[in-house]
Design a protein around this ligand. Structure first.
Ligand SMILES: [Zn+2]
Ligand SMILES: [Zn+2]
Length: 203
């Protein structure tokens, strides 16, 4: 199976869960909480408590929009959403990693002197950092223990409790007929308006 098809399989896991809600989230809506996770935050730069929350909320909105428009059925979209989902679940970017050019890998290996850039053990792979591109600046040499990118077929990872919990939450939020969280609504969510209200609400 190609990596593209494997990414689509990841997405299928989410699509199959839609409609089988196992829990109901009741958000604590407040101007002083992260709209994605309810953690208290007073940031004046972003509504969210972290980049992770910002990215999760964007995924839910984009997914809801794609479901509404029916574009989620196209294979290309499914590959993109599947790859994105795997990354948000913490599995890294296997598809992107498979496309890192040899020349970039060699540059990174030279930079790191053949060592893992996290722990110093001998490196075995080069992986993307964050959602970055293939420039060496956005790449990192890693040993098997420190590598963050998991194979799409890593069952131990994909069946771990924290991944299962996130999948349930995404399925609930993506599949809800009415958006569960205000930041889930692709039509109505306006982070600038939210921030203006936070600033004016006197902290
Ligand atoms: Zn948060
Ligand atoms: Zn290491």
């Amino acid at each position: 199976m190609s990596l593209e098809d494997q990414a689509r399989c990841v997405l299928t896991v989410l699509l199959n869960r839609i409609g089988n809600s196992e829990q109901t989230e009741i958000p604590l809506e407040s101007l002083h909480r992260c709209p994605n996770c309810d953690k208290a935050t007073e940031s004046l730069a972003s509504p969210y408590c972290s980049e992770t929350c910002r990215d999760q909320a964007a995924f839910v909105r984009q997914f809801r929009a794609a479901l509404a428009a029916g574009t989620i059925l196209t294979p290309e979209k499914q590959v993109v959403f599947g790859e994105r989902l795997w990354w948000l679940l913490g599995g890294g970017l296997p598809l992107r990693e498979s496309r890192i050019p040899e020349s970039a890998k060699r540059q990174v290996a030279k930079r790191s002197d053949g060592k893992c850039e996290t722990c110093g053990a001998p490196m075995t792979t080069v992986e993307n950092v964050g959602s970055g591109c293939n420039r060496p600046l956005h790449l990192r040499a890693a040993c098997p223990r420190c590598a963050k990118t998991k194979s799409y077929r890593d069952l131990e990872f994909s069946q771990s409790p924290q991944v299962a919990k996130l999948l349930v939450s995404f399925a609930n939020r993506v599949g809800a007929s009415t958006p569960i969280r205000q930041c889930d609504d692709p039509d109505a969510w306006d982070w600038r308006a939210f921030m203006a209200k936070r600033r004016n609400s006197g902290m």
